[in-house]
Structure formats: structure tokens, C-alpha cells
Design a binder for this molecule. Structure first.
Ligand SMILES: *[C@@H]1O[C@H](CO)[C@@H](O)[C@H](O)[C@H]1NC(C)=O
Ligand SMILES: *[C@@H]1O[C@H](CO)[C@@H](O)[C@H](O)[C@H]1NC(C)=O
Ligand SMILES: *[C@@H]1O[C@H](CO)[C@@H](O)[C@H](O)[C@H]1NC(C)=O
Ligand SMILES: *[C@@H]1O[C@H](CO)[C@@H](O)[C@H](O)[C@H]1NC(C)=O
Ligand SMILES: *[C@@H]1O[C@H](CO)[C@@H](O)[C@H](O)[C@H]1NC(C)=O
Length: 340
């Protein structure tokens, strides 16, 4: 009788402990993503999350607000196409325009349409997004209305980095100031802290971040540099670019193919382009939105092995600091050593 009670008590205790342990595992999984998932697998738990499951989890873990720079004359064409294709996969999608359209999600930032006003428009957009959404999202992407972004691969790139680090990514160009800037057409993505710094310390400072009608990407890059936001390296393990400032047809099989791009691009191009974890491409025209959507998300080649990647671990504060230190010492005003 006593023995049975004892067994029951022991069983309960062990049961509770195991439940704790299981909860602990789930908790660490939530906090550390793949690390815990790999550990779980090492302990002979049969299910490893599929890439599909990881991507679904990542959607809420690495939240991205997308700002698409456009104008009223493109509302019924490009804007609709962006919204129906890659824009659906943003956590929040805002079209930056000079005419409001609630159905499309377009806002009027109050800047007249003119090629020279793109930088001003973008500043207004960044103010709007900061005032309304800074705490609700982790990363803030700027794209053009002829950019196509593979949001899943963007989140895969961003996951290791704390959005409270002063950091941004894109296709890096050289210029006259040390850090260089990210191509506007390929799209660039800044952390929550970068957005905060721009709004608190750059936009009110006419030296750090002057108002002018120079090109949008170069000016935003200048402001970001001056408030200590580091330009990150977004290339893949093989040194292939993941944000492409041109359309795919100009980048395959060799990149870069045009003179202006050779001079501007910061890193030595890999001999082969077309990263298998590519993120964006530019100069997307008309029905090409639907074409890319079909090729990327629907068409399957019979017999092609599915990849099975896990998420890279999150960088701890020390690792992050080292990484940022390393990146912040690259200098865009030095000549391209690979160019000759
Ligand atoms: C993401 O979070 C939202 C809001 O909390 C929730 O409604 C949605 O189901 C979540 N999606 C996924 C894929 O977990
Ligand atoms: C901009 O605003 C910040 C925060 O309020 C303040 O610390 C800084 O002095 C301001 N800069 C200028 C140039 O006014
Ligand atoms: C920038 O604006 C000024 C006047 O505000 C104008 O004179 C100049 O032509 C513009 N620059 C360019 C590149 O259009
Ligand atoms: C590209 O190929 C050339 C010639 O084969 C080689 O010298 C160069 O190091 C390669 N560059 C990269 C980035 O792999
Ligand atoms: C970048 O390189 C240029 C040219 O070598 C040099 O004059 C400048 O001081 C460097 N800047 C930084 C921040 O290292």
C-alpha cells in the first residue's frame, strides 16, 4: 500500500520533472532557434523541423515592414503586382506615394512627384514608419516598385542579428565617404535601431543628414553612416551577392556586366553569380512579377532534391560586436583593389 503510494509519488515527481524539461526544451527552442532544434535532434528525437516549418516560424520571429517607393501613375500596375506577389509576404506593406489609396495601402507623404525628390520622399516615409510602427517590427525594408524580394531568404539573412544593433544590409556601393551605401534598386533593410537613430539624430541635423536633391540611396547611406549605423556584408558563404541591383538577365552567368556597376560595386564579384540564397533583383517589368512568382513558388522540377538547411545561430552580444567592428572598418573610398 505504502509502496504503491511511494511509486505514485515518485512517478508524479518524475513526470513533472520531465514535463519541466520538455517545456525547457521548447523554451530554448523559441529563444535560440536552430541550436535547440539541433540539440533535440541529437537526442534522437525523430522530428527535425522542415525548412517550411522554420520559415513559418521565422515569419513572426523576424518581422519585416516593407516600404515600396512608388508614384500614383504606377498604382494600378506595379503596385498591384507587388501587392499580389512578394509584398504579400511582408509583415506589413506600405506604398510610399503622393496619393493616398487605402485599398492598396498607399500613403501620401506630401512630396511632389519628381525624380529629384526621391530622397525627400524616403525621409518622409522613414519618419512616418518610425512614428507609427517602430516598436511593432524588427527590420525595415526599402524597395522600389520594380524590385522583387524573396522575403523568406531575407529573413534567413537577418535572423542571426539583433534588431537593436545599428546595422543595415543591401548591395554595397563605393562612394566618396568611407562606408559607402546600399543600392536603392536592389533594396536595403535597416534594423529597428538604425531607423531610430535616423529619426532621433540624423533628420534633425543638417550636417549629418542634409536635405538636398541628390540620389536617395546615396544620401540615406550618408545619414546612416553619420549616426553610426554599420553597413553589413550580405553576401553568401561563397561571396556571391544576394541583393542584385540589376535584373537577373543581366547578372547571369556573370556579374557585373556593365561598366557603371563594376566601378560602383564594393566587394570583388564572385566569378559565378546567382546565389542559391538570393534575396532581391531589380528592373522587374510588367508580367515578370507573375513569372518570378511562378518560377520561385510554384514550379517544381521532378527529382530535384529539396534542400534542408537549419537556421544559423543568433549572434551573442560579443560576437555581434566583433562582427560590427570588422564591417565598420571596411572603407569605400579606397580604390577597388580587384579592379585592374
Ligand atoms: C504570427 O503572429 C500573428 C499575430 O500574433 C498570428 O495571428 C499568426 O498566426 C502568427 N503566424 C504564424 C505563422 O505563426
Ligand atoms: C536632434 O535630436 C536629438 C534628440 O532629441 C538631440 O539630442 C540632438 O541634439 C538634436 N540635434 C540637433 C542638431 O538639433
Ligand atoms: C536640385 O534643385 C535645385 C533647386 O532646388 C535645382 O536648381 C537643381 O537643378 C536640382 N538638381 C538636379 C540634379 O536636378
Ligand atoms: C575568379 O577567377 C580568376 C581567374 O580564374 C581568379 O584569378 C580570381 O581569383 C577569381 N575570383 C574569385 C573571387 O573567385
Ligand atoms: C579611407 O581610405 C582613405 C583613402 O585611403 C583614407 O584617406 C581615409 O582616411 C580612410 N577612412 C577611414 C575611415 O578609414
Amino acid at each position: 500500500m505504502y509502496r504503491n503510494v511511494l511509486c505514485l509519488a515518485l512517478g508524479l515527481i518524475i513526470g513533472i520533472r520531465l514535463t519541466d524539461f520538455f517545456e525547457y526544451l521548447q523554451l530554448t527552442e523559441t529563444y535560440f532557434g536552430s541550436t535547440a532544434i539541433t540539440q533535440l535532434e541529437d537526442e534522437a528525437t525523430p522530428q527535425q523541423p522542415t525548412e517550411e516549418e522554420l520559415a513559418r516560424w521565422l515569419y513572426n520571429e523576424t518581422r519585416v515592414l516593407c516600404m515600396v517607393l512608388t508614384m500614383p501613375k504606377n498604382h494600378q500596375s506595379r503596385v498591384k503586382r507587388v501587392k499580389a506577389t512578394w509584398g504579400r509576404r511582408c509583415n506589413k506593406l506600405v506604398f510610399i506615394s503622393s496619393q493616398e489609396d487605402n485599398e492598396l495601402g498607399a500613403i501620401d507623404v506630401g512630396v511632389p512627384e519628381d525624380r529629384n525628390n526621391l530622397y525627400l520622399k524616403m525621409r518622409k516615409a522613414l519618419e512616418y514608419v518610425y512614428q507609427n510602427f517602430v516598436e511593432d517590427y524588427d527590420w525595415f525594408l526599402k524597395a522600389d516598385d520594380d524590385t522583387f524580394v524573396i522575403m523568406e531568404n531575407l529573413r534567413f539573412l537577418l535572423y542571426p542579428y539583433d534588431p537593436e544593433a545599428a546595422l543595415y544590409f543591401g548591395h554595397r556601393f563605393r562612394t566618396t565617404y568611407p562606408q559607402g551605401y546600399m543600392s536603392g534598386g536592389a533594396g536595403y533593410v535597416m534594423s529597428r535601431d538604425a531607423l531610430r537613430r535616423l529619426n532621433l539624430f540624423a533628420f534633425n541635423n543638417s550636417q549629418f543628414c542634409p536635405i538636398n536633391n541628390l540620389s536617395e540611396d546615396r544620401q540615406i547611406g550618408f545619414c546612416l553612416q553619420n549616426v553610426g549605423v554599420v553597413a553589413g556584408d550580405s553576401r553568401d558563404e561563397e561571396g556571391r551577392e544576394r541583393f542584385l541591383p540589376m535584373s537577373l538577365k543581366f547578372m547571369l552567368p556573370k556579374f557585373p556586366t556593365t561598366n557603371w556597376l563594376i566601378k560602383l560595386t564594393f566587394y570583388e564579384p564572385a566569378n559565378e553569380t546567382g546565389s542559391t540564397s538570393g534575396i532581391s533583383f531589380h528592373y522587374v517589368k510588367n508580367h515578370e512579377f507573375e513569372m518570378y512568382e511562378f518560377l520561385l513558388y510554384r514550379l517544381r522540377v521532378f527529382g530535384t532534391p529539396l534542400s534542408q538547411r537549419s537556421l544559423p545561430p543568433r549572434l551573442d552580444p560579443k560576437q555581434l560586436q566583433n562582427q560590427l567592428y570588422h564591417w565598420s572598418h571596411e572603407n569605400s573610398t579606397n580604390p577597388n583593389a580587384w579592379l585592374n
